[in-house]
Design a protein around this ligand. Structure first.
Ligand code: NAD
Ligand code: UFG
Length: 336
């Protein structure tokens, strides 16, 4: 039984591959390496001591995808491949719709033709848009504010229609909150191109001396210290959520969305303080205006995932900061 992992060379995909291999799944990894390097695939092999097939293929190349399904016995798919930068999606909406929406359609067409109807797909807490009621449960009304978010919501809706058309499908839509940290080995982690837009990779690059200071986007939010609050989830916990979702889709049919978050929120200032503790470095910062489109607070109600998948986050926030720091130091030391 083999699991096809699309986008498996990327940040969340590579950590999920480690967990899949450690749990004796056979995997086939597909990635076009547009936002990742072959090194992460090799590191996954190193961490697990296991080998697997890697195909450098674009999801949109249907013939190549069909070839993979012809040559390998694929039983289920974990689908990560996608573009994920909110700002870039505003500048290049067509690129995002083509890659994320058509990519998912091509994947499902091929799965359907080969009779493979078990799918775990990456969604995002971004589908909740500007939700004000906290914590955010799966019943919170959806609404999106940018093209990236719309691609995620569209794919969710396409998959729901697919299930309505054929109840044999079994699909889990995983709505991630804020993934952060790295594998405890320090061998794989997040490797953003250029200057990071997300808070934690930005902080790690300040700590290592690559960037001068953190700009805190707004200190006038209605929160305890005025800075934005988010639900940061350790990447290994997030990866494990995919295995639980896979168990569920393999053993049943239906379509369900699940929040993958911790249920706890940390402010930007708390994140900086925790990271200073983890790294032993002073993190300089300055207050600047709010970033357009940001909301004050976002954290999950993760009860449904616990109830129906038997999953909950286990690692704490300090461990996440320590692992993010270990990965950043390794990278800086010419590791990559
Ligand atoms: P990532 O960029 O590290 O990984 C995505 C991988 O997909 C990359 O390796 C990229 O090369 C590959 N890819 C993109 N388009 C492809 C295509 N058409 N064909 C083949 N490969 C393709 O991103 P990530 O953080 O690991 O995110 C994985 C998924 O999770 C994405 O769908 C993303 O939207 C979603 N997500 C991420 C976050 C986050 O904060 N990291 C939050 C919510 C949801
Ligand atoms: N922040 C700063 N300075 C920075 C970067 C971020 O103060 O340099 C603040 C933000 O204002 C926010 C918090 O840190 O309050 C977290 O910001 P991130 O950019 O790390 O994460 P977001 O919650 O804004 O976005 C993430 C993903 C999106 C996804 C969204 C909702 O990056 O793709 O969660 O799921 F859409």
């Amino acid at each position: 039984m083999a699991i096809l992992v699309t986008g498996g060379a990327g940040y969340i995909g590579s950590h999920t591959c480690v967990e899949l291999l450690n749990n004796d799944y056979d995997i086939v990894v597909l990635d076009k390496l547009s936002n990742s390097k072959i090194d992460s695939v090799n590191r996954v092999k190193e961490i697990t001591g296991k080998d697997f097939i890697f195909e450098q293929v674009d999801l949109l190349e249907k013939k190549k995808l069909e070839k993979i399904f012809t040559e390998q016995k694929i039983d289920a798919v974990v689908h990560f491949a996608g573009l994920k930068a909110v700002g870039e999606s505003v500048e290049k909406p067509l690129v995002y719709y083509r890659n994320n929406v058509i990519g998912a359609i091509v994947l499902c067409e091929v799965m359907k033709n080969f009779g493979v109807k078990k799918l775990v797909a990456s969604s995002s807490a971004t589908v909740y848009g500007t939700a004000e009621q906290m914590p955010i449960s799966e019943d919170t009304p959806l609404g999106v504010t940018n093209p990236y978010g719309r691609t995620k919501l569209m794919v969710e809706e396409i998959l729901r229609d697919l299930y309505v058309s054929d109840n044999a499908w079994s699909i889990a839509l995983l709505r991630y909150f804020n993934p952060a940290g790295a594998h405890e080995s320090g061998l794989i982690g997040e490797d953003p191109n250029g200057i990071p837009t997300n808070l934690i990779p930005y902080i790690t690059q300040v700590a290592i001396g690559k960037l001068k200071e953190v700009s805190i986007f707004g200190n006038d939010y209605p929160t305890k210290d005025g800075t934005g609050i988010r639900d940061y989830i350790h990447i290994t916990d997030l990866a494990k959520g995919h295995l639980k979702a896979l168990d569920k889709v393999i053993g049943s049919s239906g379509i369900e969305a699940y929040n993958l978050g911790t249920g706890k929120g940390y402010s930007v200032q708390e994140v900086i303080a925790a990271f200073e503790k983890a790294s032993g470095k002073k993190i300089p910062y300055k207050m600047v205006n709010r970033r357009p489109g940001d909301i004050a607070v976002s954290y999950a109600d993760p009860a449904k995932a616990k109830r129906e998948l038997g999953w909950e986050a286990e690692k704490d926030f300090d461990e996440m900061c320590r692992d993010a720091w270990k990965w950043q130091r390794n990278k800086m030391n010419g590791f990559y």
